[in-house]
Write a protein that binds this ligand. Structure first.
Ligand code: 6PG
Length: 248
């Protein structure tokens, strides 16, 4: 794949604007090709950073098909739920058809294996029937970055970093609460057409400098996000987060 494309914005407001433009471009390309736009969202501050899309007439919400890069295994109205967060700050304000939004099946909260299998099945329904690909190809996967270098629910040193087969995996020992989560795996993340990290604030300075200064190192989960040849990686950060990055 091409080298990562790195954008650092002077303010949060400018990042929100730049990110919205980028997403519109990704949407345009996807709709031109196949009339639908498949996106995976993350939690943290990311849902709020999609604010630039709200009220933008160019966004074809009815063509969006939304999944989660990772999700906490809690009821959908729980404060820890990424789905609840996305619903509160985004879905409640725009017109994505309900059937196009794909939360976890909360009848399966007690059985992580069944829960992640059922989420994988949702992805198979969306992707596999159409191109019978080994891995799904999302039009866009939006990721956050933890100060420890985690992304989605792929944490430093965790055995899931080696998962090469499943599309969706689960963990019950997350170093960051809540313990139980499901997550997209690297093969899925790295097969996307576009993967974009969004990271803001001083708490990301050290980890971002580490990732950008030596992209070859793989101990940080975020550094292992490397789209295959047909995909591209983007960074949307603010100047507070990028303060220690040395530009070549
Ligand atoms: C979690 C969080 C976490 C978060 C990152 C980035 O699942 O525990 O959602 O993964 O997304 O730490 O957080 P910010 O986007 O708030 O900086």
């Amino acid at each position: 794949s091409s080298p990562p494309i790195f954008y650092s914005f002077a303010s949060g407001a400018e990042l929100v604007k730049g990110l919205a433009e980028f997403i519109l471009e990704a949407q345009k390309e996807a709709l031109g090709k196949k009339g639908r736009f498949t996106v995976a969202l993350s939690g943290g501050s990311l849902p709020k950073q999609l604010a630039g899309l709200i009220g933008n007439a160019g966004v074809k919400w009815d063509k969006w098909h939304v999944y989660y890069a990772d999700e906490r295994v809690v009821p959908l109205d729980h404060e820890d739920s990424n789905h609840k967060l996305c619903t509160d700050v985004l879905f409640s304000k725009v017109n994505i058809p309900k059937e196009n939004i794909h939360p976890i099946d909360t009848t399966l909260l007690e059985d992580l294996e069944d829960l992640s299998d059922s989420y994988e099945k949702q992805l198979i329904d969306e992707f596999a029937s159409k191109d019978s690909a080994r891995f799904p190809v999302f039009d866009l996967i939006l990721l956050g970055l933890g100060p420890d270098g985690h992304t989605a629910s792929l944490f430093p040193g965790h055995e899931l970093l080696a998962e090469a087969d499943r599309w969706v995996a689960y963990l019950d020992d997350s170093p960051k609460p809540p313990l139980k989560r499901i997550t997209l795996t690297y093969p899925v993340i790295n097969h996307a057409s576009r993967v974009a990290f969004v990271a803001t604030g001083e708490s990301k300075q050290d980890v971002l400098a580490e990732i950008m200064d030596d992209p070859a190192r793989t101990s940080l989960p975020a550094s292992r996000v490397r789209p295959t040849s047909h995909g591209n990686l983007y960074w949307f950060v603010d100047d507070a987060a990028s303060a220690k990055v040395k530009y070549e």
